[in-house]
Design a binder for this molecule. Structure first.
Ligand code: PMP
Length: 389
């Protein structure tokens, strides 16, 4: 057999860097007794009623494809949910699409709008997928760096500094992964003015919208004038504790949604049928469960963020998601050195802030979606670690 003398891998993919989170997970997985504050997922099992609805759908033999856009009954529930919770109005038929997680929704949104070399603004520190997905869609990710002193809030001036005639869109994420920062109505209204001025589109990733703890949540398309310029991305993974179900959705004006549906029908056909039946139940009757989970995260956030500050790691109070993003600047280590030593010496896994972009350097991401006992033990170990260095 002859070996290939050239690479068959595309230049775009060759240039992509593997996610920096992976290395730590692999290392942590090879060790025993590790407390992991590394993973970005709820520590709850999906509500029983949701699992039961899924099982029932299988018992009834609903095992074929659904409509490309997803079950109409689910799209109707999504539309009703968006109206009830955020005051939004999207037609189930034509403006809502059920996807394989928010991940696929982001991919579809970018592929539907990006022409070669169009620029898309990514707000750092940012979820690790945004920039690679922009590049895979043929675009150019342009970073905006928010800073810790300002609680990582995106300010309109920061958009002005990077916007160019090639800028097509801005990806917003509130509550943010990894900082937990929530942009309130005032913040969003100020951003909206710049978006309008430069005729931008916004992909608003609201996957953590159910998990906010201090202020009422404002959805970006609810801001005046923004509905027609927004692709709203959300899903069931975080708020409803359904990461493994792989179910998300998009709501957008018809022209944009139909463009995404065109890609989806060829690339995916439809989201998994049994998961869609579970999701109908989650939206119909899941509010109480979501409320209980939210209260539980809030209690843990309050304990964990206070404790980080008490042991000398300065941390702003994140308004949402389940991440604390403390500064490790006082240790003099890079975030990667800190995370590696903390893992090897005290068996606590956190994620170095640098994997979320340059402005994440000097910070680490800790998920507090762990039991209170685990969080207490992690704080004890971190305190011991800090006393030694
Ligand atoms: N957006 C953000 C900001 C996330 O943190 C995640 C999951 N880590 C996703 C999207 C993807 O979620 P899903 O499981 O719905 O694909």
């Amino acid at each position: 057999m002859t070996r290939a003398t050239k690479t068959y891998v595309s230049e775009t993919v060759s240039r992509l860097k593997p996610s920096g989170i992976r290395r730590f997970f692999d290392l942590a997985a090879s060790m025993e007794g590790v407390i992991s504050l590394g993973v970005g997922e709820p520590d709850f099992v999906t509500a029983w009623s949701v699992r039961e609805a899924c099982i029932l759908s299988l018992e009834q033999g609903y095992t074929s494809y659904t409509a490309n856009a997803g079950l109409l009954a689910l799209r109707q529930e999504i539309s009703a949910y968006l109206s009830r919770k955020f005051g939004l109005s999207y037609r189930p038929d034509g403006e809502v699409l059920v996807t394989v997680g928010a991940s696929q929704a982001l991919d579809l949104a970018l592929r539907a709008i990006v022409n070669p070399r169009d620029e898309v603004i990514v707000v750092e520190p940012s979820f690790v997928s945004y920039s690679p997905l922009v590049a895979l869609a043929g675009g150019v990710p342009i970073s905006v760096r928010t800073n810790g002193a300002d609680h990582f809030k995106l300010r309109p001036q920061q958009i002005e500094e990077v916007v160019s005639p090639r800028t097509k869109a801005l990806i917003l994420c509130s509550p943010n992964n990894p900082t937990g920062t929530v942009l309130n109505q005032e913040d969003l209204a100020a951003i909206a003015r710049i978006v309008e001025k430069h005729d931008l589109l916004v992909i608003s990733d609201e996957i953590y919208a159910e998990l906010t703890y201090d202020e009422p949540y404002t959805s970006f398309p609810a801001v005046e004038g923004m509905r027609e310029r927004t692709i709203l991305v959300s899903g069931f993974s975080k708020g409803f504790a359904m990461t493994g179900w792989r179910l998300g959705f998009v709501a957008a004006p018809e022209e944009l949604l139909q463009a995404m549906l065109k890609i989806h029908q060829y690339a995916m056909m439809c989201a998994p049928t049994m998961a869609q039946y579970g999701a109908i139940e989650a939206l119909k009757n899941g509010e109480h469960d979501v409320d209980e989970m939210r209260k539980s995260y809030r209690r843990r956030r309050n304990y964990f963020v206070q404790s980080l500050n008490d042991i000398g790691l300065h941390c702003h109070l994140p308004g949402g998601a389940f991440y604390a993003f403390p500064s490790i600047a006082s240790t003099g280590m890079t975030s990667e050195q800190f995370a590696e030593r903390l893992l090897l010496e005290e068996k606590v896994a956190v994620v170095p802030g640098s994997v979320f972009g340059d402005s994440g350097e000097g910070y680490v991401r800790c998920s507090y979606a762990s039991s209170l006992e685990q969080l207490q033990e992690a704080i004890k170990r971190m305190k011991r670690f800090l006393s030694r260095i």
